[in-house]
Unconditional design. Structure first.
Length: 307
């Protein structure tokens, strides 16, 4: 392992340069070709648990750099990972090992810069595991898993829209029960938005807003705001003692209010709770002056009052 650690340090020096010299592009191209032809990525990932801390850090930096290296205008790292998807399974399951979780997590985020690799992880059984990883008792590992989860659900917009739409199974649900939510959003709601952990709730409501307000996810957003269960969760989050959670919840709640084709049960809930909502919104303020927030709030109040 000492020899491997030394070799990793040399790889890092070629890719990043050192105090005496900048990296040489021809050397980086040659190294990249040999690295993937020689299956060295597999060796680094598999052997990482046996390396010392410094060597793990070096290996993580080497893997990160190689995801961005082009050979004849191609990211050959993407081709390699396409043919060796079991390595992604290894990286994801790394969250279950405290010693290597942060190193594997950093490598995984670099790998999912490639759209096809992100699609593989999104469509795999691994996505379900993230709901548990995000709530691990170790704060650093939970935060790292949360960062990877967010990256998977926001980086590649067309792939994310496809993943979320598939999960809603739009046509089938339209024909059966408009309230039946996807497994993904059921998990998202119950494990993250309703988590007893404040940080989990705060990160989840922010991520939900980012996803639903993304134009490419408009069909999924319309479906989400047609569910009475989702509305009830958002109304509870509006009543949180945390101003940060309240404001992020408002950015999602306003989508329910703005929906021009509200299902009758959504209207019923809003009418039943109208007075409470109007009182809550009247007192609702951000810490800094925010004209857009005030305009959105006025519009929501108007929509609810008119029901």
């Amino acid at each position: 392992m000492q020899e491997l650690s030394k070799n990793i340090r040399e790889l890092k020096s070629i890719l990043y340069g050192n105090s005496e010299a900048e990296p040489v592009s021809e050397a980086c191209v040659q190294l990249t070709q040999e690295f993937f032809q020689g299956n060295t990525l597999r060796l680094l990932i598999v052997c990482l648990p046996k390396l010392n801390l410094e060597a793990r850090k070096d290996a993580t930096q080497v893997v990160a750099n190689l995801q961005r290296q082009q050979v004849h205008s191609r990211l050959i790292s993407s081709d390699y990972l396409e043919a060796n998807k079991d390595l992604l399974d290894l990286l994801v399951s790394g969250y279950e090992n405290m010693d290597i979780a942060l190193h594997y997590g950093a490598m995984l985020r670099e790998c999912i810069r490639h759209q096809s690799i992100a699609r593989y992880v999104l469509e795999s059984e691994h996505m379900k595991k993230f709901f548990n990883y995000i709530q691990l008792p170790n704060f650093d590992i939970a935060s790292d898993a949360s960062a990877t989860f967010k990256e998977l659900l926001t980086r590649h917009k067309s792939t994310v829209a496809e993943f979320l739409s598939k999960n809603y199974d739009w046509v089938e649900l339209m024909e059966t029960d408009s309230n039946q939510d996807s497994e993904f959003f059921n998990e998202f709601n119950s494990k993250l938005l309703e988590s007893p952990n404040y940080i989990t709730r705060r990160q989840a409501i922010k991520l939900l807003g980012d996803m639903l307000l993304e134009r490419s996810n408009s069909a999924v957003m319309m479906h989400y705001v047609s569910s009475k269960d989702n509305l009830m969760i958002l109304m509870n989050l509006l009543r949180e003692s945390s101003k940060n959670i309240q404001i992020e919840a408002f950015h999602v709640f306003k989508l329910f209010a703005a929906n021009k084709n509200k299902p009758q049960e959504i209207i019923s809930i809003l009418v039943t709770n109208r007075n409470k909502l109007l009182r809550l919104l009247a007192d609702f303020k951000t810490d800094k002056e925010d004209d857009q927030f005030e305009a959105d709030k006025s519009q929501v109040i108007k929509e609810i009052a008119a029901l």
